[in-house]
Design a protein around this ligand. Structure first.
Ligand code: SF4
Ligand code: SF4
Length: 275
């Protein structure tokens, strides 16, 4: 497939800026990630710049991955750098670690923001300090927020390919579809290793390393090609076969439930605003 065709499917690279997410949400398979990851704890700005050298401009850069991006103090510099190179920027964040004074810098990167808000059950351990509240207010006033998540009783788990504690085991047989196998949506770790997707907390499919390989080499790597080829097989040992995202039934139910969840999240935000 040509680079232009790949670009039609919105490929992106998720960046994990630190190896230990202190928000430690009860739903998130952080322990599994930490058990399998043995690289450096923090992505450096210089490694990030080197990793981006071969990544085409049409590949969006998502600051999300397997940890809260702003736990790395250089995250905002990385966002500015990626934006200056012409990449679309997305952010999935609790805002923990973001300085209020950096909100304007963030705005200039024009990110599409998904906000992960505190919940009444304490599932996400977001410290509710005055600094946090001021930053949240500034972000809600100044940035383009497209989605909100709250891990309350209405939260819908995507199961992270069986890594979450509340998920039932799945094993899909037969052919399956996932857009991430047509347009890559890889996750880069702090040591620049690249893994299959945001479900791969257990690092089952490390498909390359952007410090030593180009984007194209990683797409053509045997590991990624093996997973892609498995789509058309009856069975096999790939993460996708444990993943709810490969199930048409699950996706349909998930999208319907998300409509309901959005309603509850709006109510939740109205309550925050009153406070
Ligand atoms: S903030 Fe995100 S990455 Fe961190 S523990 Fe919660 S869900 Fe996981
Ligand atoms: S099916 Fe699941 S594990 Fe496979 S690429 Fe898609 S999201 Fe990732």
């Amino acid at each position: 497939m040509s680079d232009e065709m790949i670009s039609l499917f919105q490929p992106w690279l998720e960046v994990t800026t630190v190896s230990n997410c202190t928000i430690d949400c009860s739903y998130c398979p952080q322990r599994i990630f930490q058990k399998h990851y043995h690289g450096c704890k923090m992505l450096t700005l210089s490694d990030f710049k080197s990793a981006l050298v071969s990544v085409p401009r049409y590949v969006g850069i998502h600051f999300s991955g397997f940890a809260e991006p702003f736990l790395n103090p250089q995250c905002i510099d990385m966002m500015e750098y990626a934006h200056s190179k012409g990449h679309r920027i997305s952010l999935f964040s609790t805002l923990v670690g973001l300085r209020n004074t950096d909100v304007e810098r963030l705005k200039r990167c024009d990110p599409e923001v998904t906000l992960h808000l505190p919940d009444n059950l304490g599932n996400a351990k977001i410290p509710l300090t005055q600094t946090y509240k001021d930053t949240l207010t500034a972000v809600m006033r100044r940035l383009r927020i497209t989605t909100f998540y709250v891990m309350n009783e209405h939260f819908i788990s995507n199961e992270r390919a069986g890594s979450c504690t509340d998920t039932k085991g799945r094993h899909l047989r037969g052919w399956f579809f996932c857009e991430k196998l047509s347009a890559p949506q890889f996750v880069m770790l702090p040591n620049c290793d690249v893994t299959l997707c945001c479900m791969d907390f257990g690092l089952k499919h490390i498909i390359g390393n952007l410090a030593s390989q180009s984007w194209l080499e990683i797409i053509r790597s045997p590991e990624y090609q093996k997973v892609c080829a498995n789509r058309l097989k009856i069975d096999g040992d790939v993460l996708c076969r444990k993943c709810a995202w490969a199930s048409v039934n699950f996706r349909t139910q998930y999208y319907i439930k998300r409509v309901v969840q959005r309603y509850y999240v709006k109510q939740c935000i109205a309550q925050y605003c009153k406070k």
